[in-house]
Design a protein around this ligand. Structure first.
Ligand SMILES: C[S@@+](CC[C@H](N)C(=O)[O-])C[C@H]1O[C@@H](n2cnc3c(N)ncnc32)[C@H](O)[C@@H]1O
Length: 301
C-alpha cells in the first residue's frame, strides 16, 4: 500500500512532539488541558454561538469548546488539511459532526469568513508560526461580532533567547562548547532571532490587539526561571532515563529536527559520543535552569 506522508504540522502534532514516549504524551497533554481550560474560560458560549478556532491542530481547544458549551458550534480552521481531516474523523467518532465545520484557512487570511460572523475566536500556539501577526489580529477583529471575544495563548519564546554560549537548552556545556555550538547552529539557522517564533513579546501582542481596534484588552503573563534538579532527585531511575530518550527523539516544533537528527547533521560519530556523554547525566539529574514565559490574552470587540 502507498505510504502517504502527512504534512509537517500533522506529523509533529500527532507524533514528533511526543518523541514516541507515552509518558511525555501524558505530561504534555495534562499541561495542555489546563491551558485549554484557561483559554476557554475567557469565552462565553453558554447560550450558544459560534467559536472559530484558528490553527486548531488536532482540536485541543475546539473539542474542549464542544464539550464545555453544549449548545455552541465550532469552526475548526487550520492551514493543514491533514489535521482538519484528522479532527473531522474524531468529530465523527464523537458524534458531534453536526456542530462542526472544517475550513482550511491561514490566520492572516480569513476571507472565507464573513464580517461579524462569530461570537468567539481562539488560538493556542499559532501566532508563533505566523509572520503577519498584525494582519491576523485585524482578521480576528473583522470576523467577530460586536462584543465578540478573542482569547489566545502564545509562548513568549524571546524570553529564553539568546542563550549564553556556554549553555545548551539551559544545560552547562562549557567543557564541550565548540561541539554544542555546532548543534545549536542547526536550530538557529532554521529559526533565527527574526523568525515569527521569536520576534515578538507580550507587549507586541497587546499593541497588535489595540491596533486592530479591540475595545478592551487583557493580558496575563507567566514567566518562570526554574531549576529542575530538586524535582528530578525524587524520580525513579527509569523515568530519568526516559527524560534523556525523550530529549533525543522529540522535536520542539514542526519546523526543527529532533536533537538526534540535529546531531547527525553536523557531528561525527566521535563528537556525538562526546556530546551525549556530557549531556546525558545532566539531563537525567535535571541540571538545567529553564526559562519560560507564556501569555494569555483576551480582548472584547
Ligand atoms: C502548535 S500547533 C497548535 C494546535 C492547536 N491550536 C492546539 O492548541 O493544540 C500550531 C497549529 O497552527 C497551525 N498553523 C501554522 N501556521 C498557521 C497559519 N499561518 N495559519 C493558521 N494555522 C497555522 C498548524 O498547522 C498547527 O496545527
Amino acid at each position: 500500500m502507498e505510504n502517504i506522508q502527512q504534512d509537517i504540522w500533522a506529523q509533529w502534532m500527532l507524533k514528533r512532539r511526543f518523541g514516541g514516549s507515552a509518558e511525555q504524551m501524558k505530561t504534555t497533554m495534562e499541561h495542555l488541558y489546563s491551558v485549554r481550560d484557561k483559554v476557554l474560560n475567557r469565552t462565553d458560549l453558554q447560550n450558544g454561538g459560534t467559536l472559530l478556532d484558528v490553527g486548531c491542530g488536532d482540536g485541543l481547544i475546539a473539542f474542549g469548546a464542544l464539550e464545555k458549551f453544549k449548545q455552541c458550534k465550532v469552526i475548526f480552521s487550520d492551514i493543514s488539511q491533514d489535521l482538519l481531516d484528522h479532527s473531522q474523523g474524531l468529530a465523527e467518532e464523537m458524534k458531534v459532526l453536526e456542530r462542526c465545520k472544517f475550513v482550511r484557512a491561514a490566520a492572516d487570511d480569513l476571507s472565507m469568513f464573513e464580517n461579524e460572523s462569530v461570537e468567539a475566536v481562539t488560538t493556542r500556539s499559532v501566532l508563533i508560526y505566523v509572520d503577519a501577526k498584525q494582519k491576523s489580529f485585524s482578521e480576528f477583529y473583522r470576523v467577530l461580532k460586536p462584543k465578540g471575544i478573542l482569547s489566545i495563548f502564545e509562548p513568549i519564546n524571546r524570553f529564553g533567547h539568546p542563550e549564553s554560549a556556554n549553555a545548551f537548552w539551559g544545560y552547562d556545556v562549557a567543557p564541550i562548547v565548540e561541539i554544542a555550538r555546532r548543534v545549536k547552529a542547526v536550530y538557529e539557522k532554521i529559526q533565527p532571532a527574526d523568525d515569527p517564533m521569536l520576534n515578538f513579546d507580550e507587549r507586541d501582542l497587546i499593541a497588535s490587539t489595540e491596533q486592530a481596534r479591540f475595545k478592551e484588552v487583557h493580558l496575563e503573563l507567566q514567566a518562570e526561571i526554574k531549576s529542575l534538579a530538586e524535582d528530578f532527585i525524587k524520580l525513579p531511575d527509569k523515568l530519568r532515563q526516559q527524560k534523556w530518550e525523550s530529549m533525543l527523539s522529540r522535536a520542539g516544533n514542526p519546523k526543527i529536527p529532533t536533537l538526534e537528527e540535529a546531531m547527525r547533521q553536523v557531528l561525527t560519530a566521535n563528537e556525538m559520543e562526546k556530546f551525549m556523554a556530557h549531556l546525558r547525566p545532566l539531563v537525567e539529574t535535571g541540571q538545567t535552569v529553564q526559562r519560560s514565559s507564556v501569555a494569555y490574552l483576551w480582548a472584547i470587540k
